[in-house]
Design a binder for this molecule. Structure first.
Ligand code: NI
Length: 167
């Protein structure tokens, strides 16, 4: 396993649209293992392949307290969503920035697991938020895109300042 570099907003590669995985092979298994290691190391509760510059529909999530409940979603599709919730979101690609985002409260997601089997999951609360956040990445969106233009400009300025300080 190896740690993968995470793209930082506003890197234009975060806008790429991920393509479906056609076959689970060693390259996908290695990608998932590396993404999980990268997510735990960060630490974060979710990571989309887009964020490590691999434009395939692969997401890893672990919202458990103990960090022992890795979930892998390949080619995820939200089949149904219901309700509404608003919570503070952050993103490993937008370090140090947190903002309220409105999401569905519950989602039904269909996906392929690492054995190539189709699965469905009904999720709510934090897991539902995380699934929606990571699936946005696969569609070239970061949570900042949900915010007002004014907030987006402030975030870009703040990140540019941070980059100058650390450079
Ligand atoms: Ni993110």
């Amino acid at each position: 396993m190896s740690l993968l570099p995470i793209l930082r907003f506003p890197d234009p590669r975060l806008k790429k649209i991920a393509v479906p995985v056609l076959k689970i092979d060693d390259s996908i298994r290695k990608l998932v293992a590396d993404m999980a290691e990268t997510m735990y190391e960060a630490p974060g509760i979710g990571l989309a392949a887009t964020q490590v510059d691999v434009h395939k529909q692969v997401v890893v999530i672990d919202t458990s307290e103990e960090k022992n409940d890795l979930r892998v979603f390949i080619n995820p599709v939200i089949e149904q969503c219901a309700g509404q919730q608003t919570g503070e979101e952050g993103c490993l690609s937008v370090p140090g920035i947190y903002n309220k985002v409105e999401r569905a409260e519950r989602v039904n997601v269909r996906y392929m697991d690492l054995d190539g089997k189709t699965q469905t999951l009904q999720a709510d609360g934090l897991l539902a938020v995380c699934i929606q956040h990571e699936m946005d990445h696969l569609n070239g969106k970061v949570f900042v895109d949900h915010l007002s233009q004014l907030k987006q400009t402030r975030i870009r300025n703040k990140l540019a300042k941070q980059a100058r300080v650390t450079a």
